[in-house]
Ligand binder design. Sequence first.
Ligand code: ZN
Length: 133
Amino acid sequence: MRKIEHLGIAVKDLEKSNELFKKLLGKNNYKEEMVEGEGVKTSFFMIGETKVELLEATKEDSPIAKFIDKKSEGIHHIAFDVADIYKEMERLKSEGFEILNEIPKPGADNKLVVFLHPKTTNGVLIELCQEKQ
Ligand code: ZN
């Protein structure tokens, strides 16, 4: 793993949270994007080499909607940048980590992503992401 690519934050109202984070970070978001497969609308802020990803659910069965129901708004996942997502999945599986999706799926911001089960990572949802070539 090379760096923290972004922090994912679950929010109830993306528009309000965009305003909040604009004030907090002193800059505008650089992109908003729907990820249909995940049932989320996302907004990205760049902070140095790392990003903040705000996530709002677009449907009731979205993982983000379930997360907010259970835990309320807040940090949802940490995403690590990897050079080769398949190689990294193999390595992590051999170390005993549970991968939530066996086949990397398209994520926001031109990425291929997989998630690790939080029960194998001290309760933290971990995302691996690789830039799509
Ligand atoms: Zn993410």
